[in-house]
Design a protein around this ligand. Sequence first.
Ligand SMILES: [Zn+2]
Length: 564
Amino acid sequence: MTVEADWVHRFADEVIAEADRRAPGKPIVCASGLSPSGPIHLGNLREVMTPHLVADEIRRRGVDCVHLLSWDDYDRFRKVPAGVDPSWSEHIGKPLTAVPAPPGSSYGSWAEHFKAPMLLAMRELGIDIEPISQTQRYTSGAYRAQILLAMRDRERIDAILGRYRTKAKTRATDDEDEAAAVEGSGAAAEDDGTAAAGYFPYKPYCAVCGTDFTTVTGYDDATTELSYTCACGHAETVRLSEHNRGKLVWKVDWPMRWAFEGVVFEPSGVDHQSPGSSFVVGGQIIREVFDAEPPIGPMYAFVGISGMSKMSSSRGAVPTPADALEIMEPSVLRWLYSRRRPNQSFKLAFDSEHLRLYDEWDGLARKIGDGRAAPADVVAFDRAVRTSTAPLPMTPRPVSFRTLASIVDITTGHPEQTLRILRDLDPEQPITSLDEVRPRLDCVQRWVTTQLPADQRTQVRDEPDKELLASLDDRQREALRLLTAGLDEHWSLEGLTTLVYGVPKQQLGLPLDTKPTAELKVAQREFFALLYTLLVGRDTGPRLPTLLLAVGADRVRRLLNDEA
Ligand SMILES: [Zn+2]
């Protein structure tokens, strides 16, 4: 098969060529950055997924490639989120790794608490990353030479930042928190190092109170002695050549790391790429200060979230990748990203749009099975279902999500009833174990429980609607008799489909293979509404053949026949 050149393929070509030019023979470095300042927003998944797909394509070609995930866990704790004990405000200004985890958490710090579910989600998604803790890097002195260099070159850095400062000031700051929540990394609102005593790109964390409410008051290039004062009253002079408790400001920190790690590919969100934003400024700083080149850094567009019900997120209003994995298989979530170029925005739907997504996914799988799919679709599917090292878990018998949702809705997830209905769907190749429809079935169960509104849940009647049955005319009675008489013979999804559409045809004296006419459609609609009313007490519901299978033949006969 010839490989279709999709966006992933084209970036991999570009990255390999660039890496060959910059550092031939060394493993290629792709990078992502995330801040564990709170729950990792589902919108941030693109920050990780984009380099993952490119790194995976590079590995598929047998080229050594690492995907670094930089955790910005040495960033300051900015504010106490709603729902957390207000006493946590005493930690504002400390590094995220020095803040206790939210109440009730078993993790050692705020940062670890919010990293953990994202790490788990990435593992489920087959995203193979090498995590880097910025706390570990800074406090071990790993960046010593780079920090001293940045301090020595502070005037040059100040001048570069100065080119953009006026523009930056005009940017609205009201939605900084929101921007920070969905941006891949970096502190959106961090100051750039300007102080009364001059410009200093390094900010110490106070030796006494541990916060960064510090101000650098002087720096001596010859001795590397740095003096600072803190809002707590502490003041001291430290030797920067030995000091491991502070960090470069974000706009210098990011390009420093590109140079330190030799990053060749790191995309970023739309907010990082406007004039004066960190990617643009970082590109200048890495060239002029760190004597290296910025990564190939495409901008990725916003991923919206729609139709998520409140009850489905255990973490308040913030949807996370783990929430998405509750209702969709990892390969389907991967597919949303592999099939679109990073600069295409899209919405990730939790409501009934989700059923349409699954229909599309199953449709593509069938087309690929029959060899009818377009090459670009085949490539996007292939990136979704496997990585260079392993296949993603797949559902062996992918019964439509829609059908499974109806079954789970009606049975309220009861395993024996669910299996009975599944077995009846296709008697020629019966499903004999729920494992054959897992993990999809688990996703369906969570979707029905958390996303299907209570007023759309199906309640099968316990007792026949005697009043309605007594009011039926002869023609309606005849229709019900034809249906109940044919149940046993047609007891499969396909058979019952033929039967429910066939009864009105029989009544109109039409052959079973007749094409639908306007008159027939009216008759079918009326018949279906009558069946829904008698079975579930409303005039709509899950597809009738699924509903009949779920209700069971005996109960259907009882509900449709007042003489029983
Ligand atoms: Zn202090």
